[in-house]
Ligand binder design. Structure first.
Ligand SMILES: C[S@@+](CC[C@H](N)C(=O)[O-])C[C@H]1O[C@@H](n2cnc3c(N)ncnc32)[C@H](O)[C@@H]1O
Length: 371
């Protein structure tokens, strides 16, 4: 099987072709992938003719180098014409762009679940059919319907939380994921949804209270999705809420000193990002922020090291700040982290930045494993 993952936002779509047989094809876990498709083994017309009886809904997306809205539409109408001549009823999904947007594919049911609702994808490497579309509505709900939110600690998008968890590499179901800067608990909620056990700590008692409220809400909302043994409410009131049978634990604690309970199978976190900013910081402000953030992240990694086993993955979203030249300035901590006793994945030396256009504080994803 040859798969295609469509990543990023239009018009900056990038396409990854994957030969792997054992990679995750569950789009609801992937976070950064808009559409997943599988290579067609037949020609588009033959494939459509082989579909079960009944009306076909057809969308055609063109991601090839010479893509144009016109070419995609012409192809769809050509296919429809032939099918109609063979007595099949067809509705073509309209689009002003060469490729259907994620919302159009999703809202027309072209996510591969209905055998007669089809999105065909043209690439320079031939035709694919969509087998998964990112459920943008579910991500928005998980983000915006949470009862306890705080713009000041940053709003980690659930998609990015999933990406951070996935960067830990394959983990057995039920593995315990620690977020030592858990804030309002986005990473923990996504970890629960993905079938892991969640362990969160944060310096702020208020944040821990937010996480508790959010995880209680989340557990009630997603009781069925986690399968057997869905997470259920933690006890409230105590500063440490343990709910191991319910898959999560939260507690107040300074990440630079805290002694965590075992086991810790993986660490995924968004570290302290410094002060929220709406303007490009001055050199002096930037220096002060870099110092503060570096000291917390390095202090945390030093404290963590003796508490985790060799090879444990540690994924951190660290801050990087927009400069006047349009580039982001990152923390200079990679060498120190390596000398401390972590292997640093090469790509995080180059900078793996996640940000919206013109966002002042970007997230720089650092991928580590204990040596
Ligand atoms: C960028 S926020 C994380 C937001 C979080 N990802 C969420 O889902 O809301 C950083 C968090 O680090 C916490 N923090 C700052 N210094 C800390 C420390 N030394 N130890 C533990 N937590 C700390 C803050 O209270 C804040 O909640």
């Amino acid at each position: 099987m040859k798969y295609l993952a469509i990543l990023g936002r239009q018009p900056e779509i990038s396409i990854a072709e994957l030969e792997a047989t054992n990679f995750c094809t569950d789009i609801d876990r992937l976070g950064g992938t808009q559409k997943l498709a599988v290579k067609l083994e037949q020609k588009p017309l033959e494939f459509l003719q082989s579909l079960p009886d009944g009306k076909i809904t057809l969308g055609v997306s063109d991601y090839s180098k010479n893509a144009s809205p016109r070419a995609a539409k012409t192809e769809a109408l050509k296919l429809k014409q032939i099918l109609v001549r063979h007595s099949r009823s067809v509705r073509v999904v309209e689009s002003k762009t060469a490729a259907l947007s994620t919302a159009t594919s999703l809202h027309n049911g072209l996510s591969g679940k209905n055998p007669r609702k089809i999105e065909l994808i043209n690439t320079d490497d031939g035709w694919y059919r969509t087998i998964g579309v990112q459920d943008i509505d579910a991500y928005t709900r998980r983000d915006q319907a949470r009862p306890a939110r705080d713009a000041k600690v940053g709003m980690l998008p659930p998609k990015l939380a999933q990406i951070l968890i996935n960067l830990c590499g394959p983990l057995p179901a039920g593995s315990r994921i620690l977020d030592p800067f858990c804030g309002t608990g986005v990473i923990l909620q996504e970890a629960l949804l993905m079938g892991y056990t969640a362990y969160g700590t944060d310096l702020s008692e208020r944040m821990i209270e937010y996480t508790r409220r959010n995880l209680k809400w989340f557990s009630d909302e997603h009781r069925d999705q986690r399968g057997a043994g869905a997470a259920s409410p933690v006890t409230t009131g105590a500063s440490v809420a343990r709910s191991e049978e319910n898959h999560f634990t939260v507690s107040t604690g300074d990440a630079t000193k805290y002694q965590w309970d075992q086991p810790i199978d993986a660490v995924a976190c968004e570290g302290y990002l410094g002060a929220p900013m709406s303007q490009i910081p001055t050199e002096i402000k930037l220096k002060e922020q870099k110092q503060e953030c570096s000291s917390i992240i390095l202090g945390f990694l030093k404290n963590l090291l003796p508490q985790i086993k060799k090879n444990t993955p540690v994924i951190i979203a660290a801050p990087a700040w927009l400069r006047e030249n349009g580039q982001y300035e990152r923390l200079n901590i990679i060498d120190e982290i390596e000398n401390m006793g972590y292997n640093v994945k090469d790509i995080s030396r180059e900078g793996l930045l996640y940000h919206r256009d013109d966002q002042i504080v970007a997230r720089d994803i650092i991928i580590l494993r204990k040596k």
